[in-house]
Design a binder for this molecule. Structure first.
Ligand code: NAD
Ligand code: UDX
Length: 454
């Protein structure tokens, strides 16, 4: 059996590496139109940082895992083709700002139709709006061959991708479960996962349930973060502590403790775009109240980011003009080099609009990525890139912690404090530092949803 995956990104790369590792008898080709990305996957410096991924790629690359830019050849030879391309929010025309931009998916379907010399199983791995499988099937079958389209959404989270793929909570496969041929196609894909995933964790549904379950799962997760972040504002106004509230609420087993960590706001390439997509679908099906309900989750996230940057300016005597501020972390979460929709982007833009000078340190994000996310050019005197958090903090008036990298909890803050301007502020956007200790050292400390020590 041969598999081809179109799209060598944060999902396609790690997912296919794990499939290749678990199924040595299956040849897996990962293809992409981006030649630089393919070259990086074939080098020692992979385009995606994920704990444990480098080692896995080294084990299987060149054996049964291949990264190539020859899309048509790999598609032609494959029995199963995964579509794992990006499905960003549409920025133009009808549905701009909320609908999914399906141009990459459509162009994939057309490549598959062009390259195929027989019928294949085509798997939607990307997150798609409901009923996209219908569109894909129509394009594929214009080739004259019969295709089976399956929906197999990916639930991995960045930073824990390898662990999530090796030990998933569930694998969801949607297909045409009303026909025998459709059920056989579902079983072909299920039998690949069954090599390492227990059968009871492989859920089979119809196509539309599978497509909608992915959007719904992300909407529920984002909703929990927006809910606890809404309460964080109330905590600050009343003297309650959001971590204590989250622990008390989360210990109710019906609610559960996960995704209740209050923060500067959620980021990442999925939550915002998938919620917007869900909102668009609700509007499309004339359900404005349902759309408003989910829109409130998105609005709360924007409010939380804005609230945080406004607090920084307010505390620092309503004036950060010309002040050096150390930015600890730029990725949207720890253990990834991904900055898509990172809350750091909006917060840094707010600080720059107040004429602050920013000194960045992130262990995995490149300087060029930060410049491009902030729309700045190289050599811009308002920003500086540092090799260590110590260097970033030196001479700064404040440290603004935006990503929960483990190393930030282990720094020598006594030493840091001595190199900073006074009063020295710490704004902990992830509530991950020991605030009491920092206050003892002499910092003015602000957390999220805390009886603040400043
Ligand atoms: P990505 O942007 O990292 O990767 C997509 C890749 O597809 C890019 O390298 C791009 O060059 C390539 N591509 C686009 N059009 C192509 C074409 N016609 N032919 C060949 N290659 C093409 O995106 P990602 O983060 O891997 O996400 C992919 C999909 O998976 C999205 O729908 C996303 O919503 C979903 N998803 C992402 C995550 C995540 O954590 N990143 C998790 C679950 C699901
Ligand atoms: C998410 C989903 O978790 C995953 O199942 C889906 O496949 C893709 O989208 P991802 O965006 O990679 O994954 O990371 P996730 O761990 O969900 O974090 C998203 C954002 O929420 C990050 O900015 C994170 O810092 C924030 N977050 C998460 C919180 O602020 N509080 C929490 O309690 C959890």
């Amino acid at each position: 059996m041969r598999i081809c995956c179109i799209g060598a990104g944060y999902v396609g790369g790690p997912t296919m590496t794990v499939i290749a590792r678990k199924c040595p008898d299956i040849r897996v080709d990962v293809v992409d139109v981006n030649r630089e990305r393919i070259a990086a996957w074939n080098s020692d410096s992979l385009p995606v940082f994920e704990p444990g991924l480098d080692e896995l790629v080294k084990e299987v690359r060149g054996k049964n895992l291949f990264f190539t830019a020859d899309v048509e050849y790999s598609v032609e030879k494959a029995d199963i083709v995964f579509i794992s391309v990006n499905t960003p929010t549409k920025t133009y025309g009808y549905g701009a700002g909320s609908a999914s931009d399906l141009s990459f998916v459509e162009s994939c379907a057309r490549s598959i139709a062009r390259a195929s010399k027989d019928g294949k199983i085509v798997v939607e791995k990307s997150t798609m709006p409901v009923r996209t499988a219908e569109v894909i099937k129509t394009i594929l079958e214009s080739s004259g061959y019969k295709f089976h389209v399956l929906s197999n959404p990916e639930f991995l989270a960045e930073g824990t991708a390898v662990r999530d793929l090796e030990n998933p909570d569930r694998v969801l496969i949607g297909g045409d479960d009303a026909t025998e041929e459709g059920r056989a196609a579902i079983e072909t894909l299920a039998s690949i996962y069954a090599r390492w995933v227990p059968r009871e964790k492989i859920i089979k549904t119809n196509l539309w349930s599978s497509e909608l379950s992915k959007l719904t799962a992300n909407a529920f997760l984002a909703q929990r973060i927006s809910s606890i972040n809404a309460i964080s504002a109330l905590c600050e106004a009343t003297g309650a502590d959001v971590d204590q509230v989250a622990a008390a609420v989360g210990s109710d087993s019906r609610i559960g403790s996960k995704f209740l960590k209050s923060s500067v706001g959620y980021g990442g390439s999925c939550f915002q775009k998938d919620l917007l997509n869900l909102i668009y679908l609700c509007e499309h099906f004339n359900l404005p109240k349902v759309a408003d309900y989910w829109r409130a989750v998105v609005d709360m996230n924007a409010f939380q980011k804005r609230r945080f940057s406004a607090d920084i300016v307010e505390r620092m005597f309503k004036n950060i003009s010309g002040k050096r501020i150390a930015i600890f972390g730029f990725a949207f979460k720890e253990n990834t080099n991904d900055t898509r929709e990172s809350p750091a982007i909006d917060i840094c833009r707010d600080l720059l609009s107040e004429c602050a000078r920013l000194a960045f340190y992130d262990p995995k994000v490149s300087d060029g990525q930060i410049l491009s996310d902030l729309g700045l050019s190289e050599g811009d005197g308002r920003v500086e890139f540092c090799k260590s958090p110590y260097e970033a903090a030196e001479n700064s008036h404040a440290i603004v912690l935006l990503t929960h990298w483990d190393e930030f909890r282990k720094l020598d803050y006594e030493k840091i404090r001595k190199t900073m301007q006074t009063p020295a502020w710490i704004f902990d956007g992830r509530n991950c530092l020991d605030h009491r200790l920092l206050a003892e050292i002499g910092f003015l400390v602000r957390g999220i949803g805390k009886g603040n020590l400043a």
